[in-house]
Design a protein around this ligand. Structure first.
Ligand code: SF4
Ligand code: SF4
Length: 253
């Protein structure tokens, strides 16, 4: 027996079991989870201090808007932790606002592609990313995440796609190609915005060469927050659009 076959038997299956089984802690590390203000702290004082420290304006005196959070961890100096559960994906920006900085309710977004069965084609557009979100999305095609086992593949033309996946803050030159790519998708179709930059511009919000947020350019169906989100968060977003998610990564059913 060739040695590589023997090695395969010894190692067993290494591909993630998500979504058939909940994600492990290693698959959704704490740093990819949202910050949360634990109970028992003097909220108004902590939020005030953390708001002064937060580089993106995600924290205000009233709460935390996860759409702007870049996971820089500065707020941990004031008492926030990253040990919370995975963040719900959302169909509206306001669903990512947590009054008082506590955890958001566990919630799955809408499923506009529920009628498409088990086959989903993704067309990825990098509108102006730092490449980290881009890399996490493309990780879905590697043998560990192996999205193809779930019928999810990447295509090279929007004409063949069901989902327009957008990463990065939209730069002005990409706005028209983005609109054309969206128009080229046959229906039913959906737009998935990945990461803080695509949601609200992240650290680059207000840059004169950009136009954030993405939802002012395209009708975004689902937001997956993070900087970058983990591949399983992104996979959960894609499966949510198809109505195939029972629970979010790290959140028991
Ligand atoms: S981790 Fe998020 S909320 Fe905390 S300071 Fe950084 S950007 Fe602001
Ligand atoms: S959200 Fe963060 S990781 Fe993603 S493109 Fe923007 S800066 Fe990079």
């Amino acid at each position: 027996m060739p040695s590589w076959i023997g090695q395969a038997f010894r190692r067993g299956i290494l591909t993630s079991r998500f979504p058939r089984a909940p994600a492990s802690r290693e698959e959704v590390p704490e740093t990819s989870r949202p910050p949360v203000l634990p109970p028992g702290l003097e909220r108004i004082a902590v939020l005030g201090r953390a708001a002064d420290d937060c580089p993106t304006g995600a924290i205000t005196a009233d709460g935390l808007y996860h759409g702007r959070c870049i996971r820089c961890a500065r707020c941990t100096r004031q008492g926030f932790t990253f040990g919370g559960r995975a963040l719900a994906n959302a169909s509206r920006p306001e669903d990512l606002y947590s009054p008082g900085g506590g955890p958001l309710p566990e919630r799955l977004g809408p499923a506009p592609l529920a009628g498409l069965g088990r086959s989903l084609q993704l067309f990825l557009v990098d509108a102006g990313s730092c490449l980290a979100c881009n890399r996490e999305v493309l990780a879905l095609a590697n043998p560990y995440y192996d999205a193809a086992r779930l019928g999810i593949t990447f295509v090279n033309s929007p004409h063949h796609a069901d989902v327009l996946v957008v990463v990065g803050i939209p730069t002005r030159p990409i706005l028209e190609p983005l609109r054309r790519a969206y128009e080229a998708l046959p229906g039913p179709k959906a737009v998935l915005a990945i990461g803080a930059c695509a949601l609200e511009g992240g650290l680059f919000r207000g840059n004169p060469g950009t136009q954030a947020p993405l939802y002012e350019t395209l009708p975004v169906d689902l937001f997956v927050p993070g900087c970058p989100p983990s591949p399983l968060d992104i996979l959960a977003g894609v499966l949510t659009l198809a109505g195939r998610m029972k629970c979010l990564p790290g959140v028991p059913a």
